[in-house]
Design a protein around this ligand. Structure first.
Ligand code: PGA
Length: 249
């Protein structure tokens, strides 16, 4: 059975004290134990968060990484460093990284490889712009991102990945893809994977939806057959909402 997942992408929000307060509040809520809850705070929170989370089932993710182990890359953090503080997941290819930091699919695929080779799990994001959707190009965009970012992995490596479909027009806008729109793309991603790796692999990969998910709309999205949970931005910054999302299946 595929893993149900609710991952909170905190983005560049909350200083360390505020972040710890949110984490403690999340720990005080009644999370659904059948769902893997993951928090992805800023880099500087990770070390102390790992200690706080050590006796819990909550997963810890970074929001980015560099693909080299070490070297003259001022301002960067390697996967080896993330691993050394107990990080288990890394969000890669988020549309904000693609847009504001000019990360192209080749650069992202290097990161995916390094993350997988270090035994961490990528949360690989894909998604189309509004113009691409209006022009009917969304399937082409998604297929390209999935192939370029993930298809140089072998079966076992791919099975270690989590995919997040996040239509760019729905991120932080309050605009959500309809359950039918989201399901259509999730099924398409699964089919694209099946064509390359077979049904067994495709059916065992968790594909999350992201883009203005909140308690009010999560249930109808998470109940779609190919949607295995969510990558959540804004609503993950509220402990009660985050907990409610884990019960929205
Ligand atoms: P949002 O962000 O839930 O605030 O739209 C989702 C994301 O960017 O991962």
């Amino acid at each position: 059975m595929r893993q149900k997942i609710v991952a909170g992408n905190w983005k560049m929000n909350l200083d360390l004290d505020e972040g710890k307060e949110l984490l403690i509040n999340i720990l005080d809520t009644d999370l659904n134990n059948d769902v893997l809850a993951i928090v992805a705070p800023p880099y500087i929170h990770l070390n102390s968060f790992k200690r706080i989370l050590s006796h819990t089932n909550i997963g810890l993710a970074a929001q980015n990484c560099h693909h080299q182990d070490s070297g003259a890359y001022t301002g960067e953090i390697s996967v080896k460093m993330l691993k050394s503080v107990g990080v288990e997941y890394v969000i890669l290819g988020h549309s904000e990284r693609r847009e504001y930091f000019q990360e192209d699919s080749l650069a992202i695929s290097f990161k995916v490889n390094t993350v997988v080779q270090n035994g961490l799990r990528p949360i690989y994001c894909c998604g189309e712009t509004l113009i691409e959707r209006q022009d009917g190009e969304h399937f082409k965009t998604i297929a390209k991102q999935i192939k370029q970012g993930l298809f140089n992995l072998n079966e076992m490596e791919l099975l270690n990945c989590i995919i997040a479909y996040e239509p760019i027009w729905a991120i932080g806008t309050g605009e959500t893809a309809s359950p039918a729109q989201a399901q259509e793309i999730h099924a398409f991603i699964r089919k694209t994977i099946a064509q390359q790796y077979g049904d067994l692999v495709a059916n065992n990969i968790s594909i999350l939806y992201g883009g203005s998910v909140k308690p009010a709309n999560a249930q109808e999205l998470f109940n779609c057959p190919d949607i295995d949970g969510g990558l959540i931005g804004g609503a993950a910054l509220d402990a009660k909402s985050f907990a409610t999302l884990t019960h929205s299946f």
